[in-house]
Design a protein around this ligand. Structure first.
Ligand code: UDX
Length: 453
């Protein structure tokens, strides 16, 4: 009798946004290196192009049926619409893949981003094993589970009380209620709706998470208690697998500029792929940065200052403030920047990828979270790992100046850097053979092979 072949294809379904595409492609690369064939199913919006790094990957585009105007809705509203419009096209796509599959690379499972929850219907219909990929961390997941169950009206009333805002969230010390992943830009009802979908993992047999036990062992244990399926912390994936997947063109001239700066002297500033800034905050920042007397590399993404395509609508004062010590680009090769010896600190919105990339290079941070899980991450940077300072409240040039100095000039910064380097070593160890994240990925792969052989 012929032996059944091990099923080898994994279908990935990333969210079409940089902060989600990046870790999904890294996971894809890590699984490819373990011997799986990879198919990436993506929407028309924000597609990853097949580059030499993914030459063996199969890329399939499904129609998302979204008008361009929807892209400006804001991330959560955009995702709610995307999930409504993609369910049928994904079912059709998966049905075709199943018909066409050969014996050697039959689909072993579908790994979908937790925010691409439309995938649940198709995997259930075709009875295909599926796995949820959480691109944030376990602490944020636990918070989302909590928020998914709150009564919106009562929660909003409770949160008007400043004592409640500062109250520590039970079991997740030192996270406060005000650090929970809500948003000032999206109604709480919409947040609850989408969080309910993301924490309900349907028929998925596991959750893979881009985190490591040395970062949040208690939250990982709590998440494991909450879920009936195994949780595999396999992060930081950017250490495990190189998978360049920038959706914007990187301006490499900033590396030449960094080459001319002194070691650990530069503050690198970026608010990720979605963050927006008011003109008054940009000017306040520029003034504080100038007053700090430290060189700075500043990513200002086109469209990130509302009412301006890039920086052209800013008052002339802006160019005067940045001309002496600043270098402004539209998009940078961030991982290379963080690895550069001239970079001594990272001013970040604390997106989870940026946080992991900074931790992975031992770079202390100035945290200015904008929305969602960024607040959770910022709290951890400042109060759990103690490798950064968080700027809360109105942005003001004096606090900007002292935050930059605390990282790059003061003794406090040296202490943070030491702790950051220590954590970097722990993360590198967890990604090496025998390390916790490496073993976790191995366990996941073995469980898949056992289920599908
Ligand atoms: C979003 C959310 O904000 C984040 O909190 C969530 O965890 C994932 O989705 P984003 O805001 O884009 O992501 O931030 P982040 O997670 O930090 O991802 C940004 C990515 O863009 C990083 O991998 C970073 O290296 C990259 N980047 C950013 C560049 O390559 N160049 C840049 O100039 C800026």
């Amino acid at each position: 009798m012929e032996k059944t072949k091990v099923k080898k294809r994994i279908v990935l379904v990333p969210v079409p946004a940089q902060g989600h595409v990046t870790p999904m492609m890294q996971l894809g690369k890590a699984l490819y290196l373990k011997g799986f064939s990879i198919t990436v199913v993506q929407t028309q919006y924000n597609r990853v192009s097949s580059s030499k790094d993914f030459s063996d990957f199969q890329f399939i585009t499904i129609p998302d049926s979204l008008p361009d105007s929807l892209i400006n809705l804001g991330a959560l509203q955009f995702l709610i619409k995307l999930n409504q419009t993609c369910e049928a096209s994904f079912k059709h796509c998966l049905g075709q893949l199943l018909q066409e599959q050969g014996n050697d690379d039959a689909i072993a499972c579908v790994v979908y981003d937790e925010y691409m929850y439309f995938s649940k219907a198709a995997v259930k219909e075709f009875q295909i094993p599926s796995v949820v990929f959480s691109t944030t961390n376990a602490t944020a997941f636990v918070c989302r589970s909590f928020l998914a169950k709150v009564n919106a009206d009562k929660f909003l009333i409770d949160m008007k009380d400043s004592e409640m805002q500062d109250k520590v969230f039970a079991g997740l010390h030192p996270l406060r209620y005000k650090d929970l992943p809500t948003s000032a830009f999206v109604p709480l009802e919409s947040i609850i709706k989408i969080y309910t979908e993301t924490v309900n993992i349907g028929t998925a047999s596991a959750v893979i998470i881009n985190s490591a036990s040395c970062l949040e062992s208690l939250s990982l244990a709590r998440l494991q208690q909450e879920l009936d399926v195994p949780v595999y912390p396999v992060g930081p994936l950017h250490i495990a697998a190189t998978a360049p997947s920038s959706l914007l063109e990187e301006d490499r001239s900033c590396i030449e500029w960094l080459n001319k700066q002194k070691p650990s002297s530069v503050i690198y500033i970026s608010l990720g792929s979605l963050g927006l800034m008011e003109t008054k905050d940009v000017l306040e920042m520029a003034q504080g940065l100038k007053n700090s007397n430290q060189p700075f590399l500043w990513v200002i993404r086109p469209g990130s200052i509302p009412t301006s395509e890039w920086t052209e609508s800013l008052p002339d004062e802006f160019s005067e403030l940045v001309s002496e010590r600043g270098y402004v680009v539209k998009w940078a090769p961030q991982m290379e920047v963080l690895r550069h010896s001239a970079v001594g600190g990272f001013w970040s919105h604390c997106g989870w990828n940026s946080t992991l990339e900074s931790l992975g290079e031992g770079v202390p941070m100035i945290c200015r979270p904008i929305t969602g899980d960024q607040r959770v991450n910022a709290r951890y940077v400042e109060s759990v790992w103690r490798i950064g300072v968080q700027l809360e409240g109105e942005l003001e040039k004096g606090t900007v100046e002292s935050a930059v100095k605390s990282l790059l000039v003061d003794e406090e910064g040296d202490e943070m850097r030491k702790r950051a380097i220590d954590l970097k070593e722990k993360l590198k160890a967890s990604a090496r053979n025998g390390g916790s994240s490496c073993s976790s990925l191995e366990d996941f792969v073995n469980s898949l092979k056992m289920k599908t052989s």
